[in-house]
Design a binder for this molecule. Sequence first.
Ligand code: ATP
Length: 311
Amino acid sequence: MLSVVPTPITVRVPAKLNLHLAVGDSRSDGYHELVTVFQALSLIDEVTIRASDEPGLEAHGEGAESTPTGADNLAWRAAAELARVSGRDSEDPGVRISINKGIPVAGGMGGGSSDAAATLLALNSLWRLEMGRDELAEVAGALGSDVPFALQGGTALGTGRGERLVPVLARHTYHWVIALHEEGLRTPEVYGELDRLRRNSASRVGDVEPVLEALASGDPRELALLLGNDLQAAAVSLRPVLRRTLRAGVDAGALAGIVSGSGPTCAFLCTDADEAVRVAAELSGAGVCRTVRVAQGPVPGARLVGDERTD
Ligand code: ATP
């Protein structure tokens, strides 16, 4: 009989923002080579997992209605993969997963990947697997490019498909305003649009080193000048309102704005917490997004509730 903890396990997991996202040309396996700087932000999903004879998945919170609840949910895929790796039944891992969404769905903030990371950490406890962070990160990398970062959190440089990570020194808490839009963008479509745009012109973000230096200095004004995302032009091309959103955030007093990952969520860097609240209020009245949130980063990666030491 395989050992299972009888009580539910809850994990809190952050969203990610790409402060710098350089997209290389498309590889023979269809992926693009990336150089990215991730930062984990305080928009949080909560994933609770219990052993159950009635396996399944449910989602609550904002955007839950557009979160798949079947085998295509990334959290479920994570459970199936960890079951396989640990010699359990991957068709029926015998668990019930409940996700409370605080990360915008299909917003370019890696919500599905975060839920997958949270699931790995929760099941590691529930099934008493005692796998180390490195072993979990290996399973995470096989599930998706953003999953290892959601485990690690903080600020990190990602290469490969984004799954090879090195922690980055970030000397400051950065204050962000996040503008959410009604309808998500599909990541493959945004990459496709980038490939199309690049057939005509090829403007690309600069080198990553100055971004790392700005993070080490801790000055948000320095970082603001260097935020860059190669997917931004593609996201704006597919969703022209984003141009207005980005302008409105800066007009409201943000230091700079950027499309988050593949969009359509936009993130605005502000000088401090008070200024972020002020910019959020002004932006929410500008009619260029559905709603706004204030967030800060970096925050830790996936953490068991009751075990939230910062490291
Ligand atoms: P990506 O990581 O591809 O950039 P994203 O951050 O834009 O994605 P997600 O919230 O991860 O957005 O959702 C992308 C799609 O993945 C959604 O349209 C949804 O159908 C699917 N999905 C699968 N699992 C989940 C999950 N646990 N939470 C939210 N969406 C999920």
